[in-house]
Design a protein around this ligand. Sequence first.
Ligand code: CA
Length: 412
Amino acid sequence: MFIKLDEWAGRNAVTKMEISFMQNYDLAETAPGQPGYDYWNGHFQIDYISATNAIDFSFNAEGEKEGFTASTGTLGGTGGELVYEWDGQEGLLESPTLMLDTAKRNGMSLTMTNGSGSSEVLIQWRTGDGIWSEDNMKRFTIPTEGKFTQNFNFSDQTSWNGEITAFRIIPQAASGTLKVDQIRFKQFAQLEKPYDGNTQARIEGGGLVIEGTLNQAFVEAHPSEQLYLIELATYEDAKSVLGAKSAIAEANLAQSFRFEIGLTDAERSRLYSKFVVAARTAEGEYVAIDAPQYVTNAEVMAGNTEPFPQAQSSKGLQVQMTGDAQELGISHAALNVAYNELMYKANIHPDNTIAYEIEGETYYFRKDKIERIDNEIKSMSDNGILVSLILIMYNSKDPESANEYLIHPDSE
Ligand SMILES: [Ca+2]
């Protein structure tokens, strides 16, 4: 609650403040006998009262700077904006004293015009200890022209903690103007802590190489430690499963690292796996240094390296009747393929089955369905039509099909 006193002549001679509430000032919604009808049953608490010249950080009162100060240059409140001009040395804007609870507000939204020419701005903050520390800063990229509203999210900053007592806006230029139309403190979605390194996975010399780099600061903070390579299945969520995994390789924790592993694990190919490189906390928990990575150059394994064919024209259709498609003279066609119709869950119709073995397991495809699709595709591709397939998994409960394993139990 803000009580504006600036136009009150007595504002410089306040000796006592009394706060009271009016009882029963409006009984419109209160029936006789209910709490509040003839007595107060509520709770009244004041957390703090501060005398400040901050109004609402909208800077809409002409000439009002709302308690902001500048280290150099000129500062004024005009046209609904806090206008800062500086020239010759780097300046900064400093807020009045605040009492901002970081548990309730993890960022701010600024509407401003950046006339500094720089595409960056630093926001610095001071907490209860009163120190302007280099640790209490975050750099943001901002537009260099036009008026914009941007969210400045500090939820990834461990030093945005406790009570913020002031903040600074530090433009990254020796001269320019900054016009601040409005500042709002807000609660944003939690930002993920940025990763401390980066990783790539690729096929090299018939094996797999997972290599990358770590930030210098991270390396210095973890002397003589190890990095761990962890293999995950496509569907596994690194955050929830990492703790239960064992590393498949280790390397020294250094600014650059490299793991070399086989492309297969016994019979199983690792082409569909994703790889996490992790360090360990003092408690022994894995901490990923980058997001999980897939192999990025699987094409080096391809048996067929013909270039992708070019369609003769842009004319194309999603096709139901392949005969029609040919008569219409299209150059490419899309065919729906109902994947739920393609497999048996066991070898229950050997006369109508194409068995396919991979990684020691046999899968049973329905021969009639596969041959039908094959015929449809061939009749079009023989006529120079480029065919694309749309794989669709219908939620069919055919008890002979493998659908109970193919359809996710939570799907709708
Ligand atoms: Ca304004």
